[in-house]
Write a protein that binds this ligand. Structure first.
Ligand code: OSB
Ligand code: MG
Length: 382
């Protein structure tokens, strides 16, 4: 298949229906346990949701931005501002998704706000047609191999026991967060306890180029990859680091769109890309990045942003596409929330796979009464 055939989704030519009602809703869901990266620890999931109504059909989108800028410069407030003042004014009945994408191009960055809009429109159109989202995207259903991302812990035994719990489910790959001071000894302990598992580490940009000798010590543990060891803004230094390491590097925060992915690959800055549809401007740009990587033999996988069940469902449908061969970060709902805002939640089969939702659109039922209970703010725009 050519890049074009792989990248060009039937959804590009789908048309935007007349929107009768548009609402932005901010919800806050308590996490079962806090989630910590090298940068910050989150005890709740605050998410901006977009609810679109057309002819009695409702479509949902979720913005993956946090209320704070500790993963990305985008926040729930910047996404609200960009959506209301710059994205929504470009939406017109009858435009194709490809045309809408072109209209949104002049808005620099703000991929999380753009993804929320595209998600809600795609869910709406798929529901109106009565087809599952993966079908609108052009891919048949498949079972998704699941991985898990384990946050920074206080002690090494706590980390080892969290990995042990994950393997009992069983997840297909375990990612552990690392940071300066919680790295080589921590990964060594996990590797010694579980010599055979697919294991990787994610630093969320905590290291500097001069830490290369320390990071090279991780080569001893046969990691599938090291994710985003250096700054979110630095592709060049990742290229230099990749030359020093045997372990493949994976970029997350550094990749905001197809152009970033092209730059990273032409510089050999990584051998794997973590595609978060919510970070790169949506599902259609994700498919373009996946196709570009697939053609070059570069592995991709779907990351996560601890989404509610709405965003998690979008991540699942994306993984129907070719190229998503590595297990992603889509984990079971019960790992994040005691109560979610959709039904059914994500559960692993006994062999560690997730079944693709089968209903129209994202294929899960959005529980509006639950949303009302977790709601911080609701703003009607139309
Ligand atoms: O770096 O991949 C990351 C969660 C929030 C912000 C950044 C990251 C993550 C995760 C968890 O690793 C992914 C998930 O379980 O959804
Ligand atoms: Mg990451």
């Amino acid at each position: 298949m050519t890049t074009h055939a792989l990248a060009s989704s039937p959804a590009e030519q789908a048309r935007i229906p007349e929107l009768d009602r548009i609402e932005l809703i901010t919800v806050s869901l308590p996490f079962v346990q806090p989630f910590a990266t090298s940068v910050h620890s989150w005890a709740v999931k605050e998410a901006l949701l977009l609810r679109l109504e057309s002819g009695g059909v409702v479509g949902w989108g979720e913005c993956v931005a946090d209320p704070d800028p500790y993963y990305s410069y985008e926040t729930t407030q910047t996404a609200r501002h960009i959506f209301k003042d710059f994205l929504l004014p470009q939406v017109e009945t009858g435009l194709t998704f490809a045309e809408l994408g072109q209209r949104l191009k002049p808005v620099r960055g703000h991929g999380m706000a753009k993804a929320m809009l595209e998600n809600a429109l795609l869910d709406l159109v798929a529901r109106q047609r009565g087809v599952p989202l993966h079908e609108l995207l052009g891919w048949p259903s498949r079972r998704i191999p699941s991985g898990i991302s384990i946050g920074i812990k206080d002690t090494i035994p706590e980390l080892v026991s969290a990995v042990e719990d994950a393997l009992r489910r069983p997840y297909h790959r375990v990612k552990v967060k690392i940071m300066r001071g919680k790295d080589v000894a921590w990964v060594r302990a996990v590797r010694q306890a579980f010599p055979q598992i697919a294991l990787m580490a994610d630093a969320n940009g905590d290291y500097r180029p001069e830490d290369a000798p320390l990071l090279r010590e991780l080569d001893a543990f046969g990691l599938t990859m090291i994710e985003q060891p250096l700054s979110f803004s630095d592709i060049i230094q990742h290229a230099a680091l990749q030359r020093e390491l045997a372990t493949p590097l994976c970029l997350d925060e550094s990749i905001h769109d197809l152009d970033d992915a092209r730059a990273a690959l032409s510089l050999d800055a990584c051998r794997i890309i973590n595609i978060k549809q919510g970070r790169v401007g949506g599902l259609l740009e994700s498919l373009r990045i996946a196709a570009h990587c697939h053609e070059r033999g570069i592995g991709v996988w779907s990351g996560g942003m601890d989404e509610t069940g709405i965003g998690r469902a979008f991540n699942l449908h994306l993984q129907a596409a070719a190229g998503f061969t590595l297990p992603g970060d889509t984990s079971e709902t019960s790992r994040y929330f005691a109560e979610d805002i959709v039904e059914p939640g994500v559960v692993l089969s006994p062999d560690g796979f997730i079944e693709m939702p089968t209903g129209p659109g994202i294929g899960v039922q959005v529980l509006e009464d639950r949303i009302a209970r977790f709601e911080l703010q609701r703003e009607r725009l139309r």
